[in-house]
Write a new protein. Structure first.
Length: 168
């Protein structure tokens, strides 16, 4: 019995470095289309994001991202949305290279309004996202993602992006 325990313990220690290499900190950036729809206003602009996070295990990570939605313009009005988004991410690996994921979190946003209705607003609201990723190596991967931001008084605020990440 002790012999079996020793073999199982040795095997666990032998494979743990390989498993840990897939977890840990990561950074990345993405670019895409950021859209805002509120009342009669419906426009989009090129947005970008930079993010960093920590993958605790193959299935869960926490991420902080800065998002700049550019300046959406429609009929003489402008809306510029940016903010910090903090999310928990559920990840499902499919094979060794491909994964799908979903995220839930909170965005802390600022919006500058231009045109006739100038001013600014800020707040914090619920955020969510879904996406898929592909790892070219143990460190480098790409992802496509759709994110929704449930900003109060807006009909739709969303972003679809293509990004790249580096795992340490």
């Amino acid at each position: 019995m002790r012999f079996i325990f020793a073999i199982v313990a040795a095997a666990a220690f032998a494979i743990s470095p390989a498993m840990a290499a897939e977890n840990g900190p990561y950074i990345g950036a993405g670019i895409g289309d950021f859209g805002v729809k509120v009342d009669g206003f419906d426009a989009s602009d090129t947005g970008f994001k930079v993010f960093g996070g920590y993958r605790f295990m193959d299935y869960f990570a926490a991420e902080l991202e800065y998002i700049d939605g550019g300046t959406a313009e429609d009929g003489g009005f402008e809306i510029d949305v940016s903010g910090w988004n903090l999310s928990g991410i559920g990840r499902l690996p499919i094979g060794e290279k491909f994964n799908v994921f979903a995220k839930l979190g909170m965005i802390f946003w600022d919006a500058d309004l231009g045109g006739i209705a100038g001013g600014s607003e800020s707040g914090e609201d619920f955020s969510w996202g879904i996406g898929a990723g592909y790892s070219f190596t143990d460190q480098f991967g790409v992802q496509v993602e759709y994110q929704g931001f449930e900003i109060e008084d807006a009909d739709t605020v969303d972003m679809i992006s293509l990004g790249a990440s580096w795992q340490f």
